[in-house]
Ligand binder design. Structure first.
Ligand code: SF4
Length: 197
């Protein structure tokens, strides 16, 4: 089904059961930000907080992303922030819902929704935050550590800047965090010129 608006995309993904994840999540979470953004950032999937609140990148990784964007002079309201997979995949441990990486099959099932989102927003370029986003946007496996900070090109001609997912930075040992954050912001700074050529 082709959607014609972001509201239509929200409704369609809410009802979607094309992979098993949708059955267990609270709701689908689609992208938000400027609906005409020149730059779209794509992560992996909503997390616990995103699933509960219905908004992308509002949990700990989102807060880190906000800090990094602010540092490089990109206003979150100027970009569109989304995910490759629209429902939260988790496993229950006691009362805690622990993030589980979506399988390639699940990400592939969700891929057409991401392409609909790109077709609606029409960004000039995208940032792939982590390997699930990079694979979904490029249609192939992308070695993120080798390709980070580089611009790749999609079949539709759009450039894709590859970097880590901010949640990866949250797992870095405390003594290495400043360096990891600096490398992340250095990657994001390369995308700034898309907004301010
Ligand atoms: S994760 Fe994507 S493909 Fe799977 S049910 Fe949700 S919207 Fe559908």
């Amino acid at each position: 089904m082709k959607v014609r608006s972001l509201a239509g995309l929200k409704a369609a993904t809410m009802a979607c059961r094309e992979c098993p994840i949708g059955e267990y999540a609270t709701q689908s979470v689609i992208g938000e930000g400027s609906a005409k953004a020149r730059l779209m950032l794509v992560g992996e999937q909503p997390g616990d907080q995103e699933d509960l609140q219905g908004h992308p990148f509002v949990g700990p990784a989102g807060k880190l992303l906000d800090r990094a964007l602010e540092q490089v002079g990109i206003a979150r309201t100027d970009v569109f922030v989304s995910n490759a997979v629209k429902h939260f995949k988790f496993e229950l441990r006691g009362k805690r819902r622990i993030h589980k990486t979506p399988t390639q099959r699940e990400a592939a099932a969700c891929h057409h929704w991401l392409e609909d989102e790109i077709a609606l927003v029409k960004p000039a370029a995208l940032v792939a935050l982590g390997s699930t986003a990079a694979r979904s946007l490029m249609g192939r496996a992308v070695p993120v550590m080798a390709e980070r900070g580089k611009w790749l090109e999609r079949e539709d001609g759009r450039k894709v800047l590859v970097t880590l997912h901010p949640s990866a930075l949250l797992r870095v040992p405390p003594e290495d965090r400043d360096e990891a954050f600096a490398a992340f912001t250095a990657d994001l700074a390369k995308a700034r010129k898309i907004l301010k050529p």
